[in-house]
Design a protein around this ligand. Structure first.
Ligand code: C2O
Ligand code: CU
Length: 521
């Protein structure tokens, strides 16, 4: 069986609109008939209205996705980008602000924008065929949503392998109550790069499906491994790794002063690469995980998987030049920036500061800061999410089947929901839930960090809990773009007892049960 592709599913969803009324009636929860909450349903609008704050600001931005030739540091690469930059221009708002982004698609393919990590209204979430229709070439779409929580977020397409081109940018939501225990901040975006320099992402996917490349090697027990991830580092070979759009031989320089406390907002925008990050001659104090504050923890190094964010502070130790190094974990090469507080030559990209092998951040080190910590409570509903696949044909599964064939996880608004991830594959997977920030539940029921993406290592279960307070239809998926495209997705479906209106039944959105009708019990 071949993996369903996004375009195929998108087509089915759009083409299936006429049969929606029949299929929607087929959803059930706990044996009781119920309807999926439409992406633009009344429940979604009520949740958005509740997020609105008096006096909130409005941020109007225009975003164009288009072909662009990027200079990666004396090496140019044709690619696709948001505007004329990789990463795309940072959007900065205050918590509670309304973001209005007028999107224009000048790519030769249909695409969407997904606002990663934001608890936003479901019909702005950018999942094609589920929360919106794709934006065709030369088409436009007006994204408009309240950004309720402060933190480091980012945005990227949610179609095919578009993410593995230059289409990504930071979305920083400032905290009006920020204690501001830092003097200066920089956003640091990491990426793995092949488009325009090596093979195209689509060619890489073809290789994987045909059993060629690094994935086949590590499935056979060979190739480099990460002790920290208990896994290979990824499935694709990249010629370059980037930090803020530059390869390591032409690094960006971040100006700092001796004694200053610098906040670094680290974002991994890579498609297939976890990075091991350290600053030569310095420790890092982790203050936020996926945007949400944690009880600060000081470490020498951390691993940041695809789509994760960590905010760290570093106190500049002296006058000089310090490498901020991000080594591609269990792969060759690195991305690098330079913290410069004095004169001196740029470090050689081959530099490997001792901190890289010093005290490493563990997920279990992190505890959500008190104001964002979920109080212990018994979940109303627990679901198993079993990660599988990766064998011949490169089909990846959740709960035994690729997306389009697996059964949605149905929840009701207001429930506390627990997800128990298990991983029987030989790979680590950064698992992401849209529209919510769950809380890691460490062994013994101990509350961990709030996150929206978490690493699940082979044979090491991870449990998370969240409050189902953002109705709609949401993706749960692996943020390895190749695994995702290989089927490693599942739907979290809010359901309601109210009958859908005829307009809702006719809508091309909210067709989750339509796609999945054959598997609904
Ligand atoms: Cu960055 Cu579906 O997510
Ligand atoms: Cu994966």
């Amino acid at each position: 069986m071949s993996a369903p592709s996004y375009s195929r599913r998108g087509f089915l969803a759009l083409a299936g609109a006429g049969t929606a009324a029949v299929a929607l009636a087929g959803c059930s929860i706990g044996g009781k008939k119920a309807s999926p909450v439409p992406a633009d349903g009344a429940e979604v609008m009520a949740a958005e209205a509740a997020r609105k704050r008096a006096g909130a600001g409005v941020k109007d931005v225009a975003i164009t996705a288009a072909p662009f030739t990027v200079d990666l540091g004396g090496l140019t690469s044709p690619t696709w980008a948001y505007g004329s930059a990789v990463p795309g221009g940072e959007i900065r708002v205050k918590a509670g602000d309304l973001v209005r982004a007028r999107f224009t698609n000048r790519l030769p393919q249909a695409t969407t924008i997904h606002w990663h990590g934001i608890a936003l209204r479901n019909d702005m979430d950018g999942v094609p065929g589920m929360t919106q229709q794709v934006v065709p070439p030369e088409g436009t779409f007006e994204y408009e949503f309240t950004a309720p929580d402060p933190g480091t977020f980012w945005f990227h397409p949610h179609v095919g392998l578009h993410l593995d081109r230059g289409l990504y940018a930071p979305l920083i939501v400032e905290d009006p109550a920020e204690p501001g225990r830092y003097d200066r901040e920089y956003t640091v975006v990491l990426d793995d790069w092949t488009d325009g320099v090596g093979q195209s992402p689509e060619a890489a996917m073809e290789d994987l499906r045909a059993g060629r490349g690094p994935h086949a090697a590590h499935q056979a027990g060979g190739g480099p491994r990460s002790d920290v991830l208990n896994s290979a580092g990824g499935d694709v070979s990249y010629p370059l790794f980037l930090l803020n759009g530059r390869h390591s031989s032409a690094p960006v320089e971040l100006a700092v002063r001796k004694g200053e406390r610098i906040r670094l907002r680290l974002i991994n925008a890579g498609a297939d690469t976890p990075f091991r990050v350290a600053v030569g001659g310095h420790q890092m104090t982790v203050t936020h995980a996926d945007g949400f504050p944690v009880v600060p923890v000081t470490v020498d190094a951390l691993i940041i998987a695809m789509a994760e964010r960590y905010d760290v502070t570093v106190t500049v130790a002296g006058d000089g030049v310090f490498p901020l190094i991000a080594v591609a974990e269990a792969k060759a090469d690195e991305a690098m920036a330079v913290l410069r507080s004095g004169s001196g030559a740029v470090p050689d990209p081959g530099v490997r500061p001792a901190e890289l092998n010093g005290r490493m951040l563990e997920l279990s080190d992190l505890v959500a800061a008190e104001p964002v910590r979920l109080a212990a409570a018994k979940p109303d509903r627990t679901y198993k999410v079993a990660l599988g696949g990766g064998d011949a044909g490169y089909v990846w599964t959740l709960n035994g089947k690729p997306h389009g064939q697996n059964k949605p996880l149905e929840v009701r608004q207001g429930e506390r929901v627990r997800l128990d991830f298990t991983n029987s594959t030989t790979m680590f997977h950064p698992m992401h839930l849209h529209g919510h920030t769950f809380q890691i539940i460490n062994p013994g029921g101990v509350a961990g960090a709030r996150k929206d993406t978490t690493i699940v290592r082979p044979n090491e279960p991870v449990s998370v809990e969240f409050i189902a307070d953002n109705p709609g239809q949401w993706m749960i998926h692996c943020h390895n773009n190749y695994h995702q495209e290989g089927g490693m997705m599942l739907t979290l479906s809010y359901v309601t007892d109210r009958p859908l209106t005829s307009a809702e039944r006719a809508s091309p959105l909210g067709l989750v049960c339509d796609w999945l009708a054959p598997n609904i019990g």
